[in-house]
Ligand binder design. Structure first.
Ligand SMILES: C[S@@+](CC[C@H](N)C(=O)[O-])C[C@H]1O[C@@H](n2cnc3c(N)ncnc32)[C@H](O)[C@@H]1O
Length: 214
């Protein structure tokens, strides 16, 4: 999907998002937070923050900046922020593939269920690398197809729902890693039946270019 299609899709479906993808993907959000090992005073960037389902999970002694392309998704995140008094959270409408933030602005940068929806996942990851401080960490949780696993079957079952939200079918983990040249420091399956994959990577580590054609 291009940028306009993403905005249109989430404008249309913002109202139903939490019902479809709230509880079912929440173990993955919790697993990311559990691994982030956040320290007081750290500044986290969450790209594609959506309706803000993860926001109550962050400790109040860290600063959290959440961005999203969709005004309608962000309006719901803003409601949660106000309702729960999340004064440590700042929300902005911004394209994560062209961020306004200077280089090395954040200690940790996270994308939860965004890379298979974003118009250009490689550009998104490059921007996540750019705004993360050297020595910081990137976290990505997403559904990826992986050869020979149960997740292929599960994606076909979920396709009618995920398609409505612009999720790319057949989003392969090996191709994503090859194209982004991320060096994975930690990889674990999360959510029911290991449907999603959680990745942690050093923003400065770049895998050698693959000689295989894309
Ligand atoms: C599947 S939702 C995930 C929302 C949330 N992270 C969660 O855990 O439920 C994907 C979100 O990514 C946003 N998105 C997609 N591409 C984006 C981009 N290039 N920049 C910012 N947000 C983007 C969409 O607008 C949508 O809110």
């Amino acid at each position: 999907m291009n940028r306009e299609a993403v905005m249109k899709s989430y404008r249309r479906h913002a109202g139903g998002y939490d019902l479809y993808f709230g509880a079912v993907l929440h173990p993955g959000r919790k697993a990311v937070l559990a691994r982030m090992n956040l320290q007081p005073g750290e500044h986290v960037l969450e790209v594609g923050v959506g309706t803000g389902l993860s926001l109550p999970l962050y400790p109040r002694d860290v600063r959290v900046t959440g961005i999203d392309l969709s005004q309608e998704m962000l309006a719901r995140a803003e409601d949660s922020k106000q309702r729960l008094g999340l004064d440590h959270v700042a929300l902005h409408c911004m394209d994560a593939e062209r961020m306004d933030f200077p280089d090395h602005s954040f200690d940790k940068v996270v994308a939860m269920y965004v890379v298979s929806v974003a118009p250009d996942p490689v550009r998104l990851v490059n921007e996540m690398r750019r705004v993360c401080k050297p020595g910081g960490q990137l976290y990505i949780v997403n559904h990826f197809q992986q050869a020979g696993t149960l997740t292929g079957f599960l994606s076909r079952v979920a396709a009618p729902f995920t398609g409505m939200f612009g999720v790319r079918p057949n989003f392969m983990l090996d191709r994503f890693l090859r194209d982004t040249r991320l060096v994975v420091a930690e990889q674990t399956q999360v959510n029911l039946l290991g449907y999603s994959t959680l990745l942690r990577a050093d923003p400065g580590a770049v895998a050698p270019a693959s000689s295989r054609p894309t």
